[in-house]
Write a protein that binds this ligand. Structure first.
Ligand SMILES: CC/C=C\CCC/C=C/C(=O)SCCNC(=O)CCNC(=O)[C@H](O)C(C)(C)COP(=O)(O)OP(=O)(O)OC[C@H]1O[C@@H](n2cnc3c(N)ncnc32)[C@H](O)[C@@H]1OP(=O)(O)O
Length: 300
């Protein structure tokens, strides 16, 4: 009981840190010294590297074909984010993709279609923890979006402090209603905090996917540039943010974001239950099945 009470005082992502190590036994493949992030860290799903001169880390996602966020990818993201967070010399993080034309296609729908309940719960908890970690990061976080970024991909981008997007035919937004599902409250809150209540209300109901120009207009992204320039532009912007007093900036960020994070902290278990009940409904399973089929048929 005492242990449980003590655990209750820890933030969910602090509890989770033990969970992934003890339950999943997952370790990253390290190239170089394990105690310092001076060298690259690579998994099947991502690479984390730190430029020791600038203190800027780059987290590049590369899970083929579309950076779909499955349990393993989310676990790797959590480990990588924690690693960057804990590395003293790391000041900022550029989140990007190594896949052409895709930032992230959002949640891997196969995790939600005909799921095994135990894995479904772990999947959702790992996503919650990833969001809390990224949204609440002490680091300056900038998303370099050189491709499509629907749903969970948009959530990740919105969780950063600044977004650079490539001009072109890419789409970003919370399109959950197009799949017959509903963006959970913390997805919605993150969007409200980014583009405001009225625009979120419209976008969520329509499942609207914004083109780059429109995304810039409503403030869903902050800067547009050529596809090849996206990471460079993100890094340049980062250097501006890194000139600000770090403690003052972090406190300001936390003052703006912590209440939103705390809403999930106190409702985390209920949110997992809600998600599981909703996703396993026959009508939702049917809708997800149709959506997967339509994605496959699109390829012909
Ligand atoms: C109470 C709360 C309840 C529920 C809340 C749940 C919140 C959900 C959040 C989400 O993130 S849901 C996921 C939403 N994502 C999408 O709608 C994106 C779907 N994908 C696309 O639109 C396109 O794939 C694309 C990202 C625009 C890329 O297009 P492209 O032409 O480059 O690739 P293609 O469509 O051929 O896809 C290749 C391959 O990948 C499969 N795929 C794509 N997206 C997903 C995905 N999100 N999950 C799983 N699989 C995905 C696609 O079917 C193709 O597979 P194939 O090679 O086997 O045909």
């Amino acid at each position: 009981m005492a242990v449980r009470t003590l655990l209750g005082l820890l933030r969910p992502w602090q509890q989770f840190r033990t969970t992934i190590i003890t339950l999943r036994g997952k370790t990253l493949v390290e190239h170089g010294c394990a105690r310092s992030m001076s060298t690259d860290t690579t998994t099947d799903n991502l690479t984390l590297s730190l430029d020791s001169k600038t203190g800027i880390a780059t987290l590049e996602m590369h899970r083929k074909p579309v950076n779909g966020l499955n349990l393993e990818m989310l676990t790797d993201l959590n480990i990588a984010l924690e690693k960057a967070e804990n590395e003293k010399s790391c000041k900022g993080l550029v989140l990007t993709s190594g896949l052409p034309k895709i930032f992230s296609a959002g949640l891997d729908i196969l995790e939600m279609y005909q799921p095994k309940p135990e894995r479904l719960a772990e999947f959702w908890r790992t996503l919650q923890n990833m969001w809390m970690r990224l949204y609440g990061s002490r680091l300056v976080t900038i998303a370099a979006i050189a491709g499509h970024s629907p749903a969970g991909g948009c959530l990740m981008a919105m969780s950063c402090d600044y977004r650079v997007m490539a001009t072109g035919k890419y789409a970003i937004g919370l399109n959950e209603t197009l799949l017959g599902i509903v963006a959970p409250f913390w997805f919605r809150d993150t969007m409200v905090n980014t583009i405001g209540h009225r625009e979120t209300e419209r976008a969520l109901q329509l499942g609207h996917l914004y083109g780059a120009d429109e995304a810039l207009k409503v403030g869903l992204v902050d800067h547009l540039c050529d596809q090849e320039e996206v990471v460079k532009a993100a890094t340049e912007e980062m250097s501006r943010w890194l000139k600000v007093n770090a403690v003052a900036r972090q406190l300001s960020k936390s003052a703006m974001r912590q209440a939103t994070i705390d809403k999930l902290v106190v409702r985390q278990e209920q949110d997992i239950e809600d998600f599981m009940t909703f996703v396993q409904r026959d009508a939702v399973q049917k809708a997800l099945g149709f959506y997967l089929q339509s994605l496959r048929e699109k390829r012909g």
